[in-house]
Design a protein around this ligand. Structure first.
Ligand code: FES
Length: 112
């Protein structure tokens, strides 16, 4: 599908730099990746909304996480499950965000 994800082991961001619940872009120069968290649940997705291809975060990098469970696209309000990336409401239909596997180790979010 042409998306290059970070090599496993790449450090993407300090966990405590990500609002909880909330999200922030990965510190990685390749394919834009948004890391989201709610408590101990941490996920990352390619930072592109399937609706119109815009980022899933605001220009400031802040991501909207509703009820600790849903990533809400700031442009037209499509909602995606934080844990699965599945669209559950709004204009993005039955799309699913492209996952970027991550793990947390020593307070860092690392590509898995
Ligand atoms: S670009 Fe995300 S809902 Fe439209």
């Amino acid at each position: 599908m042409g998306v290059t994800l970070p090599t496993p082991g790449t450090v993407l961001k300090a966990l405590d730099a990500i609002p909880d619940p909330g999200g922030a872009p990965a510190d990685w120069a390749g394919t834009p990746i948004l890391i989201v968290r709610s408590g101990s649940t941490v996920r990352a997705y390619v930072n592109v909304c399937p609706h119109q291809g815009r980022p899933l975060c605001l220009p400031s990098g802040r991501a909207l996480v509703s009820e600790g469970r849903f990533i809400v696209c700031p442009f037209h309000g499509a909602s995606f499950e934080l844990e699965t990336g599945a669209c559950v409401g709004g204009p993005a239909g039955k799309s699913v965000l492209t996952p970027a596997p991550v793990r947390v180790e020593n307070g860092q979010v690392i590509a898995a």
